[in-house]
Write a protein that binds this ligand. Structure first.
Ligand code: SF4
Length: 315
């Protein structure tokens, strides 16, 4: 199977008041081309740090301490910043949680779309044709009016469509979508997720960050569950739903609302801050199945019936 991205032993951390704290711990993951891969977990699990590490968009107090990020067989961590600009926003694009962050409030939409790298060598007429085709593909109506608008004149859903159109214009192979529907209404969210499905059907690879496991089930091919910077379970997305193994995955699924009015089960406790380094299995303070070993030793991620799981219940 053709892998577009391979992550090997990747660790990232942050300096906070003279101490260094890991936010990603030895991550090993491979992403097959033409699929939607979910990275899921609560806020603070390391999902966004993961994609910001891939794009080298981390804050100044951060450090990538080890690992390789192999994209099309090139280690992104070895590429100089000036050359990385030919990859970020061109071959790999980000769809952010808040589309407003990616659009310049001072420029009209048409001027911003004309700035996409892949259009730089085209005539204005050619570029406009490509822009209009992309806006049609993301189902934007009244294209002429939209092109003349400033970002603040458009709805959240419309702005997110513009960002997806930018990804289409740049012809990126890999799309990193960081909770792209969090700021949107349910009906608009579904249409944005359906657009991501259409991109997948055109052969694009999408890494979708989400805290919503119903999105994982309905839209994704694979799922990786993270907890405090560790992968705790990784599998086929439907399989994780039918047969969740890790107690954290089970708890996330049990916390999902259903239409049948089933009583929701809360995940006990709260996720710890990064500065609270937990020994052993990081989930043990919240785990209803914990054993003595769980608070002293950290379980390794191991193969178990077509999935990978890090939990002493499966050793
Ligand atoms: Fe729970 Fe122990 Fe498994 Fe961690 S290793 S999830 S504490 S049973």
């Amino acid at each position: 199977m053709d892998k577009i991205l391979k992550i090997k032993d990747l660790s990232t951390g942050f300096y906070i008041e003279d101490n260094f704290y890991f936010a990603l711990n030895n991550i090993n993951l491979e992403f097959e081309k033409g699929k939607i891969h979910a990275i899921a977990g609560e806020s603070g699990c390391g999902k966004s740090v993961f994609i910001n590490t891939i794009l080298k968009l981390l804050s100044k107090n951060s450090k990538i301490t080890s690992g390789e990020i192999l994209f099309e067989n090139q280690n992104l961590l070895k590429i100089k910043e000036k050359d990385f600009n030919n990859i970020r926003g061109t071959k790999i694009v980000l769809i952010p949680q808040d589309p407003f962050m990616s659009l310049n409030p001072l420029y009209k939409i048409e001027n911003q779309l004309l700035e996409v790298n892949s259009l730089k060598n085209k005539s204005k007429e050619e570029a406009r044709k490509i822009i209009i085709k992309s806006l049609e593909e993301v189902k934007i109506q009244n294209i002429d009016n939209v092109l003349k608008s400033y970002p603040h004149e458009l709805s959240g859903g419309m702005k997110q469509r513009i960002i997806i159109a930018m990804a289409l214009i740049s012809n990126a192979e890999l799309i990193l979508a960081d909770e792209p529907t969090t700021a949107l209404d349910v009906s608009v969210s579904n249409s944005i997720l359906n657009l991501l499905l259409e991109l997948k059907n055109k052969g694009k690879t999408i890494i979708l960050i989400t805290h919503d496991l119903s999105i994982v089930y309905n839209y994704c091919d694979t799922a990786t569950i993270m907890y405090l910077g560790d992968i705790v379970e990784s599998s086929d997305a439907k399989e994780i739903f039918k047969n969740p193994k890790h107690p954290y995955t089970k708890a996330l699924i049990e916390a999902l609302p259903t239409l049948r009015g089933k009583k929701l089960k809360n995940i006990q406790g709260q996720i710890s801050p990064i500065t609270n380094q937990i020994k052993g299995c990081k989930f043990h303070p919240r785990c209803e199945y914990k054993m003595d070993i769980c608070s002293s030793n950290k379980p390794k991620l191991k193969e178990n019936n077509f999935c990978k799981v890090a939990c002493y219940l499966y050793e």
